[in-house]
Design a protein around this ligand. Structure first.
Ligand code: ADP
Ligand code: MG
Length: 699
């Protein structure tokens, strides 16, 4: 139930004067609410800037191009000559220091006559310029008389607009929506508010929509920060409430004998890194507890997440239950299987593969074995959770490279068994601020260090004109028995032409290097893809021309050279991912970023950062900084709720505070029943996190 105090704010914008159904559609688009714009959407539509009209020079002192408000006396009108309606309508005006010409194109004369009565004093605001030595203002923004001057917003907010909607319509709507705002109870901790010098919610809106200074509308102003904090707290509070609720959902305790794990560890050619061991212990712990696990295992490319997933699966298998490892691509699923298969054969683990490609009898057999409990570990793509897949006793789902999966799929998988524990793995380093906010409902394990013996990748950027040199260098690399990835970009809007580019490159390289060149791309048939990957892994085709299908998780240790064409088209995180495919073996690895000049500033910065560092976290932070919080790794897909006010790159500290605050609130007042708790419910509704409050009603 929405608190009654919010009813006004949640009424449709059509309740405002001058907004009919047609304009309402535009407002929907403006505030991105397909099912209707409401007053709350309007008041939270914050300015993108402001126009300062406070400069009030005499005409003599007007600076061309600057927004000014001038006080003038109207002298006379010069309407367009008869029959030349297209000619401008001109009004002459003056003050004691000079003259100005005010010009209108295709204006209605009656209107101008009313607006500028000869002899009257008018305050005119707009941008003036000199034209033929005469001071001129074309279409002033504002014209008022003495009375109107008092109401003239001297600092006028400007708003993000949408096509078809005028600045004035938005401004008016905001102002009348604001007028209907009723005082709301304070939901923030008064001490915190005082310490930060934050205004109240209503004062903050007032200050942003009726600024007194340009600084008032900046995202670092106290008013903006206050609202950002409200938004962040609502979000974080909803997360902790949901989480507390999920926590209470019982899971099953899964404890294994340790035998299988011992066997696996003994057969590995390496020792676990300290982070791997730590993550593994955390997971074993989670599994043992009679609550559901929801854990994010985050580790840069090559940090060795797969083995951790395998060990987690082993716990489940020891307990006589089933586990799945779900990969985003066919290639990766097969690779996981290839990694696991020898260990499985040696230790007696029963593994199977299920992807979109298994059909007919083969598929039927897998499904049958799975349902009968004759498969311990199933590796595959999203085919793993199709309707007709039934498990005997699924207890653990590992989701690799989570950002490719939607929340839906995650949930679908969880319904395949009884309180399935979930381990999500991501290689795309997500900045801490984002992990907290997107995955606030998850525990996080981090693989911080890379396995020993990894080589730094020598990264260089070259203009595409130097392709010949690159090809020559590839020739030398082949002589040294190195293997080479050659990456061609895949751009969504023209997948086909990019595919053509990859095919073309493949053909060109073949002319030079013969059948040592393989090709893999997303549109290939599965079997052909496998063949191409196998050819590369075995060293038969030591050059692999690929579209970005290799981006995620492929592990060919001997590959030590990578060429990325059109590197300027890739995002920073993606480049980092790609580069992570090399430098896994003992050879010194080289990554050549070919770009097409001239480079834009952002692209230049991306390539520079990549040359400078290989630290995935640092790269992720830079990425966030360069792009804004927008869509690092397609965060939107992964379920990050849209933020209207907070800017994660600017308000990261507020986010941290909101998180702590939310935890504290939960600890002190888990039912939100204190007076502040009541006010916080209003906050949750205001930012539409009311799903979280429904949990109370459910008990
Ligand atoms: P990612 O985290 O990118 O998924 P993988 O799990 O594919 O990384 O591991 C990358 C490579 O590192 C694999 O060949 C794997 O066998 C190897 N590896 C994993 N852990 C270690 C370790 N502790 N020491 C040495 N090599 C390791
Ligand atoms: Mg991996």
């Amino acid at each position: 139930m929405r608190p009654a105090i919010l009813n006004d704010l949640f009424s449709p914008v059509t309740a405002l004067p001058g907004i009919g159904p047609k304009v309402e559609k535009l407002f929907r688009r403006l505030v991105d609410r397909a099912d209707g714009a409401r007053l709350v959407d309007i008041v939270l539509h914050l300015p993108s800037g402001a126009i300062d009209r406070r400069t009030r020079p005499k005409l003599r002192d007007v600076i061309a191009g600057q927004v000014v408000t001038i006080a003038v006396t109207v002298d006379h009108h010069r309407p367009p000559p008869k029959g030349r309606a297209r000619a401008p309508y001109i009004i002459h005006a003056s003050d004691e220091t000079g003259d100005i010409v005010i010009t209108y194109f295709s204006a209605r004369p009656e209107q101008l006559e009313k607006l500028y009565p000869p002899g009257a004093r008018r305050y005119v605001s707009g941008t003036a310029k000199h034209y033929d030595g005469v001071l001129q203002m074309v279409h002033p923004d504002k014209v008022v008389d003495e009375l109107g001057l008092a109401d003239l917003p001297l600092v006028e907010p400007t708003y993000p607009l949408t096509e078809g909607l005028y600045a004035n319509q938005v401004r008016k709507a905001v102002q009348s929506a604001l007028a209907r705002l009723r005082p709301l109870p304070e939901w923030q901790d008064p001490a915190w508010i005082a310490r930060r010098g934050f205004p109240s919610f209503a004062q903050a809106l007032e200050r942003l929509h009726r600024p007194r200074d340009l600084a008032d509308v900046a995202p670092d102003s106290p008013a903006w920060q206050r609202l950002a904090y409200d938004e962040l707290l609502a979000w974080q509070l909803a997360l902790v409430l949901v989480r507390a609720r999920l926590r209470r959902q019982r899971g099953r305790s899964t404890v294994g004998s340790g035998e299988l794990r011992k066997d696996i560890l003994a057969r590995l050619a390496f020792e676990l890194t300290p982070s791997q061991r730590h993550a593994y212990i955390e997971i074993v712990d989670d599994l043992a507890r009679p609550m559901r696990m929801l854990r994010l295992l985050q580790g840069d490319v090559g940090s060795g997440k797969t083995i951790v997933a395998l060990l987690a699966s082993a716990v489940t298998i020891e307990a006589g239950r089933q586990a799945v490892i779900m990969a985003p691509t066919e290639i990766l699923a097969r690779q996981h299987l290839a990694t696991v298969a020898p260990l499985a054969a040696a230790t007696g683990m029963r593994v199977a593969l299920l992807s979109g490609r298994e059909r007919g009898r083969e598929r039927a057999l897998v499904l049958q074995a799975l349902a009968a409990g004759e498969v311990d570990l199933l590796v595959g793509t999203h085919a793993l959770f199709q309707d007709e897949v039934h498990y005997h006793d699924l207890a653990l789902a590992v989701v690799d490279e989570q950002h490719r999966f939607g929340v839906h799929q995650r949930l679908a998988l969880a319904t395949k068994g009884e309180a399935v524990d979930i381990l999500v793995m991501t290689a795309t380093p997500i900045p801490r601020t984002l992990v907290l906010s997107c995955f606030g409902d998850m525990d996080v394990s981090e693989l911080r260090e890379k396995p020993a013996g990894r080589q730094p990748v020598d990264t260089r950027a070259l203009p595409a004109e130097r392709l010949d040199e690159v090809v020559a260098a590839i020739g030398r690399a082949l002589d040294e028995r190195r293997q080479v990835y050659w990456v061609c970009p895949l751009i969504e809007e023209s997948a086909l032409s990019d595919l053509a580019a990859a095919q073309e490159r493949h053909a060109a390289l073949r002319e030079r290097f013969g059948d040592r060149v393989g090709l893999v791309h997303g549109r290939m048939r599965g079997a052909d893809k496998d063949r191409a990957m196998r050819g590369f892994a075995s060293g038969e085709t030591p050059i692999l021309v690929a579209t970005t299908v290799i981006e995620v998780g492929v592990d060919v240790a001997q590959a030590s050279v990578m060429v990325i064409e059109h590197a300027e088209r890739f995002g920073l995180a993606q480049l980092h991912q790609l580069r992570g495919r090399i430098g896994r073996g003992s050879d010194r690895a080289i990554c050549l970023l070919l770009y097409r000049a001239p480079l834009g500033e952002a692209a230049k910065a991306r390539l520079a950062i990549l040359r400078e560092t290989q630290d995935g976290f640092r790269i992720a932070e830079e990425d966030l900084r360069l792009r804004g919080e927008g869509d690092v790794l397609g965060v939107r897909q992964s379920g990050m709720p849209g933020l209207r006010i907070a800017r994660l790159h600017m308000h990261a500290q507020l986010l941290t505070a909101a998180r702590d605050d939310a935890a504290l609130i939960l600890a002190r007042d888990p039912q939100l029943s204190s007076p502040r708790g009541e006010a916080l419910r209003t906050l949750l509704y205001l930012f539409e996190k009311d799903a979280a409050t429904k949990l109370f009603q459910a008990g």
